[in-house]
Write a new protein. Structure first.
Ligand code: HEM
Ligand SMILES: *[C@@H]1O[C@H](CO)[C@@H](O)[C@H](O)[C@H]1NC(C)=O
Length: 317
């Protein structure tokens, strides 16, 4: 491994280019083996978003939940099987994680073009990148070359950050993955799109939190009664456009974060200054978001001969 890394670094130097490498990933990984992969992924994602804009949000979240558990190895895509305790049953995923059919549809088309070549983990990374840019957010070159796990980890999936977390718990959860408080603050900006179920914010809007603007609390209660209605949806950011923007941060400054964990990012702590900055500067939000998404995509990746390229994203080969 060390010698192939050295060789790669040498080739990059010889090419007199910044090879835009993240760890051992490369933005040109499939340039020869599957040159149309990015085009295929983008067109299937575009079709899915035309049907339902929220699907873009769901795919971005799927990528986050993949990368935070065992690294970005498509472990979240595995269905239950002997020896596989599916991550789909984790607290943060059950009745919540969605977009699996879109990933299947992409995989099918990619397999038709390039047999047994492109990993499910890379497909998910590209689909997340394309979801962001097709929803009006930034676009960036996504480093590729991830391979797929042969295992899932339900126990670790059950430790994904939860909506009742404090700022220090959120910070610790990200730090454990090599991400800092800027990554935490800027990646949470993904909550500019998508929705949450009532049970994720009930306590906050019914008096559990004092740092909530009154009219927003009253409005949020309408889709989230004190008893029942647990699966009713509210947009994470209002107005609900499902378009990428810095509105999430503007809402936090106005104490209109829907989740307790979101409002923790602007509650007198060490992330306040960044929230304020992004609320005033959409461009720096977009720039920093791109950088942190690539960083998220680099967590615990399997490369080289580790793992496998799954033929069906839902099961190991
Ligand atoms: C910082 C800790 C985070 C917590 C506690 C958190 C929590 C949540 C919760 C509770 C929901 C609602 C899920 C549901 O009701 O079904 C949600 C949705 C979502 N999250 Fe996060 N999240 C966090 C970070 C992130 C990150 C880093 C990203 C992506 C980079 C992300 C992307 C999303 C998206 C796009 C949705 C909407 C999904 C949809 O509409 O299907 N979240 N999150
Ligand atoms: C936040 O996490 C960083 C590591 O990324 C750590 O050094 C720092 O002490 C944490 N800050 C707080 C206030 O918890």
């Amino acid at each position: 491994m060390a010698s192939s890394t050295k060789l790669f670094a040498t080739v990059c130097l010889l090419a007199l280019l910044s090879c835009s490498v993240q760890g051992q990933l490369s933005t040109t990984f499939y340039a020869r083996s599957c040159k149309n992969v990015e085009q295929i992924v983008r067109s299937v994602v575009a079709q899915a978003l035309k049907k339902e804009a929220r699907m873009g949000a769901s795919i971005v979240r799927l990528f986050f939940h993949d990368c935070f558990v065992q690294g970005c190895d498509a472990s979240i895509l595995l269905d239950a099987a002997p020896g596989i305790a599916t991550e789909k049953n984790a607290f943060g995923n059950i009745n919540s994680a969605r977009g699996f059919e879109v990933i299947d549809a992409i995989k099918q088309q990619v397999e038709r073009a390039c047999k047994a070549t492109v990993s499910c983990a890379d497909i998910l990374a590209l689909a997340a990148r394309d979801s962001v840019s097709l929803l009006g957010g930034p676009n960036w070159a996504m480093p590729l070359g991830r391979r797929d796990s042969r295992t899932a980890n339900l126990g670790e999936a059950n430790q994904l950050p939860a909506p009742f977390f404090s700022l220090s718990q959120l910070n610790a959860s990200f730090a454990a993955k090599g991400l800092n408080f800027q990554d935490l603050t800027v990646l949470s900006g993904a909550h500019t799109v998508g929705s949450a179920i009532c049970s994720a914010f009930k306590n906050r809007v019914w008096g559990g939190d004092s740092n909530i603007e009154t009219s927003f609390a009253l409005q949020s209660r309408q889709t989230c009664p004190t008893s029942g209605g647990d699966t009713q949806l509210s947009p994470l950011t209002i107005p609900n456009t499902n378009r990428f923007s810095n509105q999430f941060y503007k809402n936090l400054v106005a104490r209109r974060g829907l989740l307790h964990s979101d409002q923790e990012l602007f509650n007198g702590g060490f992330t306040d200054a960044l929230v304020r900055k992004y609320s005033n500067d959409a461009k720096s939000f977009f720039n920093d978001f791109s950088v942190s998404m690539a960083k998220l995509g680099n967590i615990g990746v399997l490369t080289g001969r580790s793992g496998e390229v799954r033929l069906n994203c839902r099961k190991v080969n």
